[in-house]
Design a protein around this ligand. Structure first.
Ligand code: AP5
Length: 216
């Protein structure tokens, strides 16, 4: 299966990707995770990406597109992949179309996780991430067993730098101006499916799986 997850920041893309990859044995490719990994390691790419991420802006297309092209050419992507956070601009969507043509594959479904702004704010303020293994929690919706400590590895749970309210509001603005137009783009390609993202995560996942079974 070749799947794209679209949605505003904190809509639940990463959460759904984790649930979906339990049913579909395909790699979960998150450009945000790739950038954060590079920032943590202090690579040149990480330094460059952080100039934008810390300001709630998108990393320039030419940087992001190069990373995705390299990743999708890897062997584990031959039978499918789940893209989370890419594409995010019309330019990236057009680039992806060309890349997929080269690879001889087609997207099966673009799932838009539609979550209202007031829910996004609640999710962002409550999100906590494990410093070590990157597992994602929410103080109310998905708390860890011991406050501040990761259930999986015992690591420290922290707030993402770009989840601070001021940066988050900029990310939301960036989403509306640069990413939301992709809904029209994929609607025209008849690939778009809207799913209510405000419900329980398992219920949302079961609705997405039903869509994927229909198109698959
Ligand atoms: P990225 O990491 O992709 O951030 P994002 O799109 O803003 O998405 P998030 O990771 O914030 O949220 P999510 O939708 O995955 O929600 P989650 O499941 O965690 O990108 C970060 C930055 O990198 C960008 O701002 C940009 O600068 C750069 N970047 C990345 N890709 C790029 C690209 N293609 N081009 C250019 N720049 C790029 O859920 C959020 C919280 O809610 C969690 O606490 C979770 O537990 C909780 N939750 C989730 N679902 C539910 C539910 N159903 N019920 C209750 N709680 C829930």
């Amino acid at each position: 299966m070749y799947i794209i997850l679209l949605g505003a920041p904190a809509a639940g893309k990463g959460t759904q990707a984790e649930l979906l990859t339990k049913s579909y044995a395909i790699p979960h490719i998150s450009t945000g995770d790739i950038f954060r990994g590079n920032i943590a390691q202090g690579t040149l790419l990480g330094l460059k990406a952080n100039e934008y991420i810390s300001r709630g802006l998108l990393v320039p297309d030419e940087i992001t597109e190069g990373i995705v092209a390299d990743r999708l050419r890897q062997d584990d992507c031959r039978k499918g992949f789940l893209l989370d956070g890419f594409p995010r601009t019309v330019h990236q969507a057009e680039f992806l179309d060309g890349l997929l043509k080269d690879l001889g594959v087609e997207i099966d479904a673009v799932i838009n996780i539609d979550t209202p702004d007031h829910v996004l704010i609640e999710r962002i303020t409550g999100r906590r991430v494990c410093e070590s293994c990157k597992a994602v929690y929410h103080v109310k919706a998905k708390p860890s067993r011991t406050e501040g400590v990761c259930d999986k590895c015992g690591g420290k749970l922290v707030q993402r730098e770009d989840d601070k309210e001021e940066t988050f509001l900029k990310r939301l603005k960036t989403y509306y101006s640069q990413t939301k137009p992709l809904l029209d783009y994929y609607e025209k390609e008849r690939k778009l499916f809207n799913v209510d993202g405000s419900t329980d995560a398992e219920l949302t996942a079961s609705r997405i799986i039903r869509i994927l079974e229909d198109v698959g």
